[in-house]
Design a protein around this ligand. Sequence first.
Ligand code: PLP
Length: 462
Amino acid sequence: MLTDIGKMKYHETILGTLGNTPLVKLNKITRGYKGHYFAKVETFNPGGSVKDRIGLEIIEEAEREGRLRPGGTIVEATSGNTGLGLAIVAAIKGYKCVFTMPDKMSQEKIRLLKAFGGDVIITPTAVPHDSPESYTEVAKRIVRETPNSILANQYFNPKNPEAHYKTTGPEIWDQTGGQIDYFVCGVGTGGTITGVGKFLKEKNSNIRVVGIDPKGSILREYFYTKKYSPILKTYKVEGIGQDWLPGTLNFEVIDDMIEVTDKESFLMARRLTREEGIFVGGSAGTAMAGALKYADRVKDKEAMVILLPDTGERYLSKVFNDDWMRENGFLIPDRITVRYVLLSKAKTLPQLIAIDPVTTVRNALDLFKEHDVSQLPVIEKGKAVGTVIDNDLMSAALEDITKLDAPVNKLMKPAFPVIGATAPIEHAIDYLKKKDSAVLIEDDHKIIGILTRYDVIEYMAR
Ligand SMILES: Cc1ncc(COP(=O)(O)O)c(C=O)c1O
């Protein structure tokens, strides 16, 4: 029975759980490096990312200024996380949300925004930021067309860095007891690094603030040269890097910038998860990989804090999906085996489409058509016994239509060469560059797949 609500310990809304995220010591990943390393784990925010911190600030400012009134709509161009931070506040306060998102973002993020009742509009990634099709320009157009709506405007809204100046920075200062020498952080809008960097430098101007930039972004180049090449390069890591300069990024609080590739980012996100037990997304991997590139400057008694922006659950279909990692060339073993290339094949076809010798010509022709292939291995009791070619079957059927009901074994050619799954891909190439148009792959005395010339060329071109 509830007699005194004052005795209960609870939050008025889920927003009460915002911030005060834990600082966690890193143990294995940093083994062998001088100094002490701590992760600021932003996954603990209610929406699972650092960007939850800016949603409330931005919305309450718009309410105070009378720009957002009851029943209004919040519009934002987002890589997903800011949208989620806004959507949580909107759910509690009863606003509608419309989000524009570039098409490279994960399905998980799109579904998350929809789960909170947001409308999501997907825009192309590979367009300049000022193109009318870009996610930022589409968001602006929606605001112009929607009465009682605001653009949260994370790229220019001073409330974005201010939220970090008011919360993330002081938390890190308190949690370290002021014993911090380096703050390392990925840069997207620059809100986090600008707010935290300003706060920490006001406390101690010797603290070095290091920004991490994905390869393909222009921010690092601009930081050092005050110029950037206008050539648009895309990269896969989400939430960080730019092809332009956001208004919320103040380079003056940054001392150094380090570049990290997609592959380094994703492999490091997996290491953080598997070695430290901290389940994080790709941009956390970028920050951590950058931190280790910088770590040779760290001295024994110094401490570095690395901000890990969001949870790995948002990237289960990408960073934590071996097929996606392989298809994009991020999981490469030292020696490329035929099994590796087989697994890297786009999953539009089954690994092996085969027929047995008594399959009729009619059924074989149906299979050719169904899978849009021109040759099929004939397999009997796990062994390759021949090959059928669509043209051979069609010529035979045209000559004598009753052949449609004959078994294919009367019309087959010799079987493709068979090679073991652990053989190097060069073995397959030796066959394919001569007369054989495909090779069969065997594992544990069973044929498990086929590699055609096209498959291997496609793999090599990637
Ligand atoms: C996954 C992820 N990491 C990092 C960031 C970068 O933070 P900031 O925009 O404060 O620079 C974002 C921003 O959207 C993000 O979504």
